[in-house]
Design a protein around this ligand. Sequence first.
Ligand code: UT7
Length: 319
Amino acid sequence: MTYSRIIGTGGYLPAKVLTNRDLEKIVDTSDEWIFKRTGIRQRHIAEPDQTSSDLALGAAQQAISAAGITAPELDLIIVATSTPDFIFPSTACLLQAKLGVKRCPAFDVQAVCSGFVYGLDIADKFIRSGRHRYALVVGAEVFSRILDWNDRATCVLFGDGAGAVVLAADSRPGLHASVLHADGSQAGILSTPGQVCGGKVTGDPFLRMDGKAVFKSAVRVLEEVARETLALCDMQPSDIDWLIPHQANVRILDATAKKLGIDPARVIVTVDRHANTSAASVPLALDTAVRDGRIRPGHKVLLQAVGGGFTWGATLVEM
Ligand code: UT7
């Protein structure tokens, strides 16, 4: 039987940091309000000439190096993004070229903040088919481009960044179970409903959100999908070493951990440093905790995401 395992992680944050204090000069907000309501202290912002594929490249190179392979050995490249470089070609194809790789399949996944967890499950299925040995899965976003910088209810919440993993075929299971869900009837609570049409942007090109509705749904589905995924593995919340929920708001993370009865000390939190980076948030948090030595080989980690669509999902990973 062939399984997939994570053999390398990587992360990339653009150099420019925008603190809550910096935001006080842009909109009517305060460091105190942002930190108290969200746990966010700062976010990173891409330079005008930096795109999602550039950020993805930084994270991918780290993950490939940590995996101890070379880029041409990759059999599959998946990029989860809602802020692609272009309408087409896909950001994954652009990343493939930047990595100097040819021929392997490369495509984007669009599931907003759940995109990385969706991409991981897809890559796992490719590897389990026995025809693909190494897969690169990246979450990369430049949400700063789709924020309305006059809307304090949304612009303080997001940042730019990328995170990546390399999955390898293995005889021991690494990804034990994944559960994915979507509910398109809730599309309106979190969306960027603009279009490019006739050479012009029509509709609203900015991220719009009903924060309270997203908060309520997020806490509910994160608990549900955690229990669903653990049940598939015959495990209880107490059996996992680490919980990595989507890094959107520390209050969502705390509420999820509490509902699952998980000690907050076993929850990886990085939202304070990079805000909500959408599809990049889970792999960035995973990479941080792998590099600082908290997550070690053999640890069981539950990755969880929720976002626009409405989409959500979870994956139980043994490192
Ligand atoms: O990937 C998923 C992405 N989305 C999320 O994770 C968002 C989920 N939702 C949330 O995290 C929270 O709903 C928010 C952080 C967005 C808002 O927190 P809240 O506790 O639900 O605040 P609220 O919307 O009820 O707003 C409370 C007050 C309002 O003022 P009034 O009406 O009470 O006078 C807002 O106008 O806070 C005001 N407010 C702000 N004040 C200072 C809203 N944004 C800001 C701000 N600075 N940035």
